[in-house]
Every structure is written in C-alpha cells, then in structure tokens.
Write a protein that binds this ligand. Sequence first.
Ligand SMILES: [Zn+2]
Length: 91
Amino acid sequence: MVGSRKEKEMRAGKCPICGGKTTMKRVDVTESVGNRLVVVKSVEAEVCTQCGERLYSESTMRKLDSLMQKVKSGSAKPESKRELEVYALSH
Ligand SMILES: [Zn+2]
C-alpha cells in the first residue's frame, strides 16, 4: 500500500521538522478555496508538541483533497456557515 511506511513513521510520533514528539489530535483545518475560507472540523492529525506542525495520514490527505474538490465545484454542502471578519493591524 502506498504511504504505509509514512504512516508507520508518523505513528512513531516524531516530528520531521524539529524531531519533537507528536501526539494524535483532532484539529480544525482551514483551507482557502478561491476567495472563500472553509474549515473542516475535527480532522485527525499528528500534532508536534514542540513546534505545532501538523501531519496528516495519506488517507486523511486524500479525503481532504476530494472534499476540497467538491467544495470548489459546489457539490459539497457546508454543515454550517459563519461570518468571517478579516482585520489588519494598523501600521
Ligand atoms: Zn516539530
């Protein structure tokens, strides 16, 4: 199976960026689709306790990819919608 070695490495719980310990968590993934910002709730990820890097398994990445395709084409229905306000710090 493609990616099985990668998943095994991830299960070993080591961050490829800083070498810190990773722990399995459910995180919200934010993706921008055109000028929209979409959030995918409680995605399983290995999160580095040291630098915060998130690692997703191959199957999670595939699911995210196909969901984003559906979001782009408008065939995915959002669970809920919220207003988003964007600010910038004044200089
Ligand atoms: Zn790290």
